[in-house]
Design a protein around this ligand. Structure first.
Ligand code: HEC
Ligand code: HEC
Length: 110
């Protein structure tokens, strides 16, 4: 089991404070699922778009989302990328390379 898994399931001392999107109650899937599996979800989206040319994702609750890292994840919700994605990644010492290619709005930080 990955070392960070325990932290993700508790809120330990010293963990970074994440800035959640104002007014939104849930992500495309449950918080628990996103904590453990957002990487799988994003990889899945990528493959579905690039390989199958399909762009609509139907969540486990039946809601539809456009599979887009920049537009759906960052622009529509986690516009504060620096205080959400980066804050956790920095703490965990992970550096996703996605931003080499995928753009995000300036105000999202970094
Ligand atoms: C070398 C450049 C490159 C890198 C690095 C890269 N991608 Fe992509 N990605 C693309 C291209 C090109 C497409 C196809 C764009 C389209 O058809 O809309 C794409 C499509 C996607 C899509 C679906 C459509 C969209 O616009 O979001 C997702 C999700 C995605 N990538 C996620 C990721 C993630 C997560 C990472 C990092 C782990 C990543 N990508 C790294 C080039 C890249
Ligand atoms: C609560 C902590 C946390 C938050 C918030 C978070 N991540 Fe992550 N992320 C991680 C961890 C831990 C990993 C490394 C473990 C893994 O690969 O499953 C990771 C890995 C990734 C990877 C794969 C990088 C690689 O090198 O394989 C991508 C892509 C990614 N995150 C995208 C995002 C995006 C986009 C956001 C914001 C919308 C985000 N993450 C928010 C904890 C987080």
């Amino acid at each position: 089991m990955p070392i960070w898994y325990g932290w993700l399931n508790r809120s330990a001392e010293g963990a970074p404070k994440l800035e959640l999107p104002p007014g939104e109650k849930e992500c495309v899937e449950s918080t628990q699922y996103m904590r453990t599996s957002h990487v799988d979800l994003l990889n899945n989206w990528k493959e579905t778009v690039v390989r199958d040319g399909k762009r609509t994702y139907v969540s486990s609750t039946g809601k539809e989302y456009t599979m887009s890292l920049t537009n759906t994840c960052i622009t529509q919700c986690h516009s504060n990328k620096a205080k959400f994605c980066d804050r956790c990644h920095d703490y965990m010492n992970v550096q996703p390379w996605c931003w080499d290619c995928h753009n995000f709005p300036k105000e999202a930080g970094k």
